[in-house]
Write a protein that binds this ligand. Structure first.
Ligand code: DAK
Length: 260
């Protein structure tokens, strides 16, 4: 039987996916990627969920990369299949309807750093370490790292990290805009849950639509991207949530959004 290496838990409106292979520092092998894909499909179906936290089991690693032992013996065809699966999984994570937070609690290297990069927001424990060390292995990042890191921190910083393969600690990751905040390891999940708690009080349609237009607009010229925003704004303006949000403000009470 295949070992279960992905745990999906749901508490209230928050889902948590934990990569649970601590003996291999949560490295991603094919079975783990398959299970991750299944877990993300389950989350995608639960439209009532307001957020997802992705983290690693144990105290040492978020995810230390793709599984080097498994990759060692891949032929070209298998390596392309492995990359295709990785891209499929990370794209599914990126496109999820709700905000996704990476709770980086240790090493986030290679595919692990790329997993965090596919999330909307990255928070780090004081013990976190980030890096794309693929060039040390004679390869380049294969799960979107060259593109997502560049879009997040800019070309020069991305090149520096990718060309050197250097690891950066959590404060440095924050300084270059890779991690948003650095918190003590014991408070990392609570910090992420608190962020999602604040988001969960807002209009769900509005948050989901903001996520979509930010993603779709990122690859478009500004006028076309702004047009997407206008269309989204007009759609939301007709929602019951918009009426409720504005009425609640005028009546000086908290809004009760229903996602309609
Ligand atoms: N894969 C497999 N096993 C790993 C691993 C990994 N990425 N990282 C750690 N482990 C295993 C170690 O082998 C060790 O196993 P045992 O020897 O105990 O059996 C165990 O986890 C504990 O690790 P260490 O003993 O090494 O622990 P240390 O504290 O001494 O060092 C470390 C921690 C994170 C600095 C070190 O483990 C390390 O450097 N790990 C490798 C990090 C790394 O290079 N990661 C990037 C992998 S490359 C592609 C698509 C995607 C990718 C590639 C291609 N396609 C296009 C096909 C992605 C590539 C990557 O992610």
């Amino acid at each position: 039987m295949t070992e279960q290496t992905i745990r999906l838990t749901i508490e209230g409106t928050t889902a948590t996916i934990t990569v649970d292979r601590p003996k291999a520092l949560n490295a991603l092998n094919t079975a783990t990627l398959e299970q991750l894909e299944e877990a993300l499909a389950a989350v995608a179906q639960k439209r009532e969920l307001r957020g997802l936290i992705v983290t690693g089991a144990g105290e040492k690693a978020f995810v230390a990369g793709a599984d080097i032992a498994e990759m060692m013996n891949l032929n070209l065809e298998q390596s392309l299949a492995f990359a295709a699966r990785g891209h499929r999984v990370f794209d599914a994570l990126e496109r999820l309807h709700c905000p996704t937070l990476a709770a980086v609690n240790g090493f986030a290297l290679g595919g692990g750093c790329e997993l965090a990069l596919a999330c909307d927001l990255i928070y780090a424990s004081e013990t976190a370490k980030f890096g794309l060390p693929e060039v040390s292995l004679g390869i380049i990042p294969g799960f979107g790292g060259t593109q997502r890191l560049t879009r997040l921190v800019g070309r020069a910083r991305a090149k520096e990290l990718i060309f050197t393969g250097d690891m950066v600690d959590a404060p440095r990751a924050k300084a270059i805009g890779l991690a948003l905040d650095v918190v003590p390891a014991t408070q990392l999940l609570a910090h992420c849950q608190a962020v999602l708690g604040r988001i969960a009080q807002k209009g769900p349609l509005a948050v989901a639509r903001a996520k979509r237009v930010i993603a779709q607009g990122a690859d478009l010229p500004l006028p076309a991207a702004n047009q997407l925003e206008r269309e989204a704004f007009a759609d939301l303006f007709q929602s019951a949530d918009r009426r409720e949000g504005m009425t609640a403000f005028l009546e000086k009470r908290p809004a009760a959004f229903h996602g309609t």
